[in-house]
Design a protein around this ligand. Structure first.
Ligand SMILES: NC(=O)c1ccc[n+]([C@@H]2O[C@H](COP(=O)([O-])OP(=O)(O)OC[C@H]3O[C@@H](n4cnc5c(N)ncnc54)[C@H](OP(=O)(O)O)[C@@H]3O)[C@@H](O)[C@H]2O)c1
Length: 242
């Protein structure tokens, strides 16, 4: 009998944890990456890289590859692929699960804004900002009158005039984050509510140092999607497909 085929949309720690777990259960797993990062940490097993061409392209892929189930373990801010995955799975009648890690624990004094543009507008002129929002939306801060320490895995294409670029990948420890922010005289942290233990320490460090913290809220998830927050729960969900 043919094995149950799962397309695992990844680019996250959770997806890398999940791939071997699903394979061990006997699923035929293909992990998918967008191809954004120059040297991605690859999951175990079969991997395909690159976009599908919107939800129609993804639906065609699901049909052609006879995919039975889509597990969307992409990053909480990867809203386009998540919307497409839900639509495409419904279109072809494949099972669908959204694995979304819980958000960060936010202190009441943190300021939560809806998007990068609101975050850019909220920065005080002359602030010393630690910007950790990934590479893609740094351009929104290009004209902000402030000094930036920008940390990302790969270099952003558009950068603010006054910046120091730090290319690094988590996990990051609390004492290192405190030392980094002190060394650069940071008074404002701008980050996304990505969640996950690997990058949570910057928020604790910022709270400890009493600085201003601006957090960009998550985009909405596809309405009606079956959603869970932990890898273990995704394994249980998949096991019920067998
Ligand atoms: N956004 C973040 O902050 C962030 C942080 C860490 C990791 N990531 C990872 O980086 C990838 C891209 O994120 P994004 O914010 O650019 O996503 P996005 O805005 O939702 O996606 C834009 C387009 O990229 C393609 N794509 C995205 N994820 C894909 C995947 N896993 N496999 C194949 N194609 C994919 C799709 O192209 P087509 O329409 O052509 O199919 C999608 O429409 C995701 O895999 C995500 O998990 C994102």
């Amino acid at each position: 009998m043919a094995r149950v085929r799962i397309l695992l949309l990844g680019g996250t720690t959770e997806a890398r944890e999940l791939a071997p777990r699903l394979t061990a259960l006997g699923f035929d797993v293909v992990s998918s990456l967008a191809g954004r990062v120059a040297e991605p940490v690859l999951p175990a097993g079969d991997v395909r890289i690159g976009g599908f061409g919107g939800s129609a392209g993804l639906a065609a892929y699901l049909r052609d590859e006879k995919v039975d189930a889509v597990v969307d373990a992409t990053h909480p801010f990867a809203e386009h692929i998540s919307a497409n995955a839900y639509a495409a799975a419904r279109d072809v009648g494949a099972h669908h699960l959204l694995l979304r890690r819980p958000g960060f624990i936010l202190h009441p004094e943190f300021e939560v804004v809806p998007d990068v543009h609101h975050a850019a507008a909220a920065i005080e002129p002359g602030a010393h900002v630690f910007l950790t929002i990934g590479r893609q939306h740094v351009a929104a801060f290009a004209h902000v009158d402030a000094r930036f320490l920008i940390r990302a895995i790969d270099p952003p294409t558009v950068l603010p005039h006054h910046h120091v670029l730090l290319l690094d990948r988590g996990p990051f420890a609390l004492e290192d984050e405190v030392e980094l922010m002190q060394r650069h005289g940071i008074d404002t942290l701008v980050t996304k509510d990505s969640g996950g233990s690997a990058t949570a320490a910057k928020l604790d460090a910022a709270a400890q140092l009493g600085m201003r913290v601006i957090v960009i809220a998550r985009p909405p998830v596809p309405e009606g999607a079956d959603m869970i927050g932990e890898v273990e729960a995704a394994v249980d969900w998949a096991a019920r497909l067998l």
